[in-house]
Every structure is written in C-alpha cells, then in structure tokens.
Design a protein around this ligand. Structure first.
Ligand code: FAD
Ligand code: DLZ
Ligand code: SF4
Length: 522
C-alpha cells in the first residue's frame, strides 16, 4: 500500500523492464505505478491487430507481476469508464486521484510522446523528473558528440566505438575478436534447397491474452492483419524461452543466411526477438553477451555472432541516435521528391509480383517480415516506384509488431527511401530483379520473368531500376559509389533506354493507389 503523496511512476508500453531507471531505487511503500491503455497510442496509426494484442497483453502481464511483487499499480484498461484516451489525460486523472508529490518517468523512446511529457511540468503542480533511458547503450549526448563534425555518419565507425565501449568481441589487447571488425562478406549466402530452419517457439495465448484478443477483435476489427494465431512472447519468461531457442538452434546459421529469402519460410534463421527487445522484455546487451558466449563455447561461428551483435549494438543503437539527432525534420524530409501514393496491394497483398506478395502475406499473418524482405523487396520497391515517404512511414509503422517511430522512421526514410539525401546510407539501396533472384527462390514461380528486361511479362524491378536511376541522375551521378552505373546506361542505345523507361512508366500507370483510411482513421 503506497503512502499519501507518493511518487507517481508512469510506465509506457515499451518500458516493460523491471530495472527501468524510473523504477530503480524506488520503494514500494512510496510509489504508485501508472500504466495506461489509451486510444491515442492504439490509433495514431492503425496498428496491426497483433501489435495491439502484444502491447496490451505484455503490459497487463507486466502489471500483474509488479502487483504480485508488492507494488501499487494503477492499471487503466482501454475500456475503463472515464479513460481519457491519452497519456497526459491519464496522468492528469492519476494526479487528481493520488495527489503525488512528484512524477518520475523514464524518457519516451518516441519524439511525439516525449514532446507531450515535456509539457507536464507546466501542467501539473508537482515536480516532474524525466530520466534518461539507459536500456540503450549510447545516450543522446554521446551520439551527438560522436556525430559532431562528421560529414558522413558511417555506421561501421559508430559500431566499432560501441564494441570498444562494451568490450564485446574485443580481445585482451583491445583488438577485434578473430582479427576483423566485420564479417559481412561471409554473410551473403543465397538460400540452399536443403535448408531446414528449426521452428521458432510459438506461445499459446493464456487467459490475459485471450481477453485482449477479444478486445482487439471488438475495437480494432478494421485494422490491417490477422488477429490469430497470436503466438508472440508477452512475458519476460516467454521472451527468454524464445531467446534460448535462438541461441541453441538458429544462431549458428544466422550469419550466412541473414540475407536469404525463401517463399513461405517466414523466420529463416533470424532471432525473431525484436518485438521483445523493443517493448523491454529482453535486454539488448544481455543478448549480445549471450551471443559472445556462444562463440566462446564453440557453438556458433564468428561471422554469425558478430553479425548478430552488429545488428544490435551497431544498427539498433545507431538508428536510435540518428532518429534523435534528426527529429523532427526526419519526418518531412523528401530529398528525392517522391510523390506517388502507396499502391493498394501493400494492404491487400494482391499483386502478381511473387516476392512482394509473399512479404506482404508474412506481414499480414505474423506482423513481421525479416530484414532483407523489408529492405530489398518492400523497401526497394517503394524507392524505385517513388512512393511518397509519409505513406511508406505509415505503412511500416502500422504493420510490424516491433515498429516504434524511433526505429521505423530512420530505417524507412533514411535507409530505404534516401529522403535525407545520403546522411545515413552512402547510396540508395536500389536493385533490379537480379538481386532478388540471387538471394531468394521467389522468381522461379513468378508470373513475371526476371530475365526479361522490358515489355510484357518483364520483372517490374528491371525497368523500374533504370527509371529510378534516370530520373535521379542529377543527384546521384556525382556519388562515387553510383557513378559507374551511368556509364552502363550511357552505353545502351536510345531504343533500349526508351524501352526501359516506357515499360516502367506503363507499370507505374497501372498501379491502383491505396485509400488513406487503411493507415489512419480519417
Ligand atoms: P534479427 O535479424 O534476428 O536481428 C537481430 C536484432 O537486431 C533485431 O531484433 C533488432 O533488434 C536489431 N536490428 C537489426 N537490424 C536493425 C535495424 N536496421 N534497425 C534497428 N535494429 C535492427 N526493426 C524494428 O525493431 N522495428 C522497426 O520498426 C523496424 N522497421 C524497419 C523498416 C525497414 C524499412 C527496415 C529495412 C528495417 C526495419 N527494422 C525494424 C529492422 C529489422 O528489419 C528488424 O529489426 C528485424 O527484421 C527484426 O527481426 P529479428 O528480431 O528476427 O531480427
Ligand atoms: C504501440 C502502443 C500501443 C498500441 N498502445 C499503447 C498503450 O495503450 N499504452 C502504452 O503505454 N503504450 C502503447 N503503445 C506503445 C507506445 O506507443 C510507446 O510506448 C510510446 O509511444 C513510446 O514513446
Ligand atoms: Fe519479384 Fe521480379 Fe522475381 Fe517476380 S521476377 S519474384 S517480381 S524479382
């Protein structure tokens, strides 16, 4: 039982960590924890149904564990009478109820929410303390210091700093384990016929999850995605079981097949842990230490272990730093002036392009697609077709169970759409059908022919690639990593070039635009 005038500790849906800064050092008799299911968060984009189930169920389990451990928790359910619908509204109601002497909160991971929190000191009569989120290894200031005066924010350089800082895969004399910092060259194997990735653990919904599934069916039935089967981990125990299975069964082949895609194989050798890491059930540093241990124990090769660690202490930390460095401008950047609406098939999955339809099917069924599908199939298509960044941001933010703006936006805008003109990526990740054919088995049963370059039946990625290169020549030609592509283009005769441009234009003209109501409530 908390005392009078306690400290009020709001915990957000992606802060489900027992060692959260705002919980550490607090005493149970002096603290009231506030957790809130609110309409604003559930609908600022129309999230995939499984994403809402995941968040609400994980929040309810986390609150139940805290209560069991003796904490006072005010848990506001979405359908509770009087629910104000917003974080600020719920904190106001809690202030009224509890008359706290102070509010203590861990900073929000997203800019939008952090802006709202920063208004609290003016809104509420008590003290408001906002603590840095040290579940990330690199603080905002550290990233700003690193980025200062750098012309290009090369992830690899940042990653090496993080390796040194954590000591992960660093030998006693300060060198990278195995002699190299990066083993990516060994991590580009195409899929093999005989590959048989072990299944990822699936978790049966318990009574709490079932109740949330019913709520989501009633309230969010018009949102994208299959509601069931719902199998994501929703507690720390389940998330640890998922991690155990990855380290026991899949990390060994994670590296080589990181970029491989197989029709109907949705998980491959990926960890499938992002949903648990991002909402706080798993600690990213602990996972990297476990990966390092797997290498030391001879259970996984250096290229797999280093590859996994690079995704987490490299890419994940870098992406977060990049987001905070460039917000709010990152949201509206559009250096390539992409204006086309998102095609409807991103929501319906109805396209003859077999690669895209499989990635969208996995997205609909699982609220997940693996990295190379997000980057080189879905993302590559949006880049080449010139889809406007707002539509693409909304889509990625809505459809993936691991999506929060801090991680979605830099990946979508700076990585796939090149909206920042090259601060993050040294060149656009543009590719023709050849790349997808090399790294997947999609093309062999596709209606389109990947070897056909133009005209009826040609793989649309082929002409779209040249259409993209041609229309952005002014911006890209001077880029030393792209320039030589224009030598190939210039060597083609005019008829061939025109055939590419006409084929691409015909394809683009055939696209049906999606209705905006898929992504947002009007
Ligand atoms: P694994 O392949 O097993 O990788 C291990 C971990 O590394 C992941 O769990 C994740 O925490 C981290 N990671 C890997 N790549 C990235 C990256 N580029 N940025 C940040 N973390 C990374 N990831 C999200 O967590 N949320 C998103 O909203 C999201 N949107 C993306 C949008 C696009 C356009 C692209 C290209 C990538 C996006 N990613 C996002 C990164 C990546 O696709 C997912 O983290 C990954 O697919 C999650 O599956 P996994 O846990 O099996 O990852
Ligand atoms: C994604 C999400 C959803 C769908 N709903 C809630 C919610 O009702 N309450 C909550 O605390 N968090 C939710 N989240 C996650 C938040 O969007 C996320 O914690 C913040 O935006 C981080 O800035
Ligand atoms: Fe995709 Fe083209 Fe291959 Fe079809 S042929 S699966 S559209 S890359």
């Amino acid at each position: 039982m908390a005392c009078e005038n306690p400290i009020l500790v709001p915990i957000l849906g992606d802060q489900l960590t027992r060692t959260l800064p705002s919980l550490r050092g607090r005493t149970k008799d002096d603290t009231v924890i506030l957790m809130m299911e609110v309409w604003d968060e559930a609908t600022y984009v129309k999230h995939h149904k499984q994403k809402i189930v995941l968040l609400f169920s994980a929040m309810r389990h986390f609150a139940a564990d805290l209560c069991y451990a003796g904490w006072s928790v005010d848990y506001i359910k979405l359908d509770d009478d009087g629910n104000s619908g917003s974080f600020t509204g719920e904190v106001a109601r809690a202030v009224e109820r509890r008359d706290p002497r102070a509010i203590q909160i861990t900073e929000a991971s997203e800019w939008r929410v952090q802006q709202a929190i920063e208004e609290w000191p003016d809104k509420f009569a008590c003290d408001v303390e906002i603590l840095p989120d040290d579940r990330f290894l690199c603080s905002h200031q550290e990233f700003r210091d690193w980025a200062e005066d750098r012309k290009h924010l090369t992830m690899e350089h940042f990653y090496r700093e993080m390796r040194r800082k954590t000591g992960i895969l660093i030998t006693g004399d300060g060198k990278p384990e195995g002699g190299d910092w990066n083993y990516d060259k060994q991590n580009r194997e195409p899929p093999k016929e005989e590959m048989d990735p072990p299944p990822v653990p699936k978790f049966e919904p318990d009574a709490i999850t079932r109740e949330v599934i019913e709520l989501v069916a009633d309230e969010f039935g018009d949102h994208f995605g299959d509601l069931e089967p719902f199998c994501w981990p929703v507690t720390r125990d389940e998330a640890e079981k998922a991690a155990d299975a990855f380290f026991a069964e899949r990390i060994e082949k994670f590296g080589p097949y990181q970029d491989a895609m197989v029709h109907g194989e949705d998980d491959m050798y990926h960890s499938m842990l992002s949903t648990s890491i991002n909402c706080g059930l798993l600690d990213p540093l602990e996972l990297c230490q476990r990966a390092e241990q797997a290498y030391k124990d001879g259970k996984a090769p250096i290229n797999s272990v280093e590859g996994f660690i690079r995704q987490i202490i490299g890419w994940r930390e870098y992406i977060r730093g990049f987001y905070w460095l460039h917000m709010p401008g990152l949201e509206s950047d559009n250096k390539l002036n992409a204006q086309r609406a998102l095609p409807e098939f991103f929501w319906t999955g109805e396209t003859d392009m077999r690669c895209l339809s499989d990635c969208i099917r996995s997205t609909r069924q699982n609220a997940h697609a693996h990295h190379i599908q997000r980057l080189m199939v879905l993302g590559n298509f949006c880049l080449l077709a010139g889809i406007n960044p707002r539509d693409v941001q909304d889509w990625y933010l809505a459809v993936y169970a691991d999506a929060y703006q801090w991680v979605e936006l830099p990946n979508v805008s700076a990585m796939i759409l090149y909206t920042d003109g090259g601060k993050l990526a040294t060149k656009p990740y543009a590719a023709s059908g050849n790349y997808i054919n090399r790294m997947s088995n999609y093309c062999k049963d596709c209606t389109y022919s990947v070897s056909k370059k133009t005209g009826e039946g040609a793989c649309p990625f082929n002409p779209l690639y040249w259409h993209f290169m041609d229309r952005h020549r002014d911006r890209l030609e001077s880029n030393r990593r792209v320039g030589r592509i224009y030598s190939n283009w210039d060597r083609m005769d005019d008829d061939k070039k025109q055939a590419y441009l006409d084929s691409a234009q015909n394809f683009l003209d055939s696209l049906t635009s999606a209705d905006k109501s898929w992504a947002r409530n009007e």
